[in-house]
Design a protein around this ligand. Structure first.
Ligand SMILES: [Zn+2]
Length: 131
């Protein structure tokens, strides 16, 4: 990858990183504790627990993204940035513009997505059979 392109994606990665850190989702502790006021009412408590779960999931996703960004920056240092982990082909520039932290070309990203959907479908089917 040319240096100019690499610099462009590095900027995108750093911008995404700053956005996550400044977003505050990683350090807002108050959302993750259930206040004692909520304990008196079962419905409120249920809502609190759901909110807590949502915040937790969001935080989890942001942490995963942050990790992916760090790994992409590392690959940049190593010189393997922009190559598919599966087939070593160059990942399209357009794809990298949307997701500069991606590790797969579109073909293999779609393949992975299909596998994931298949697993989800299997779980759903198993659950349906149990009911
Ligand atoms: Zn590939």
């Amino acid at each position: 990858m040319e240096k100019a392109k690499k610099d462009k994606f590095k900027t995108l990665l750093l911008q995404a990183k700053v956005k996550i850190i400044n977003g505050g989702i990683l350090c807002s502790n108050e959302d993750l504790t259930v206040s004692s006021d909520d304990l008196s009412d079962e419905a409120d408590l249920a809502t609190s627990v759901i909110n807590q779960q949502v915040t937790f999931n969001m935080r989890q996703r942001e942490l995963e993204k942050l990790k992916a960004i760090e790994e992409a920056l590392y690959r940049m240092e190593q010189g393997s940035y922009g190559q598919c982990e599966d087939c070593d082909e160059a990942i399209s520039e357009k794809r990298l513009e949307n997701q500069p932290w991606t590790t797969l070309c579109i073909t293999h990203a779609e393949e992975q997505e299909r596998k994931k959907q298949k697993i989800i479908k299997t779980i759903d089917e198993n659950r349906a059979n149990l009911l």
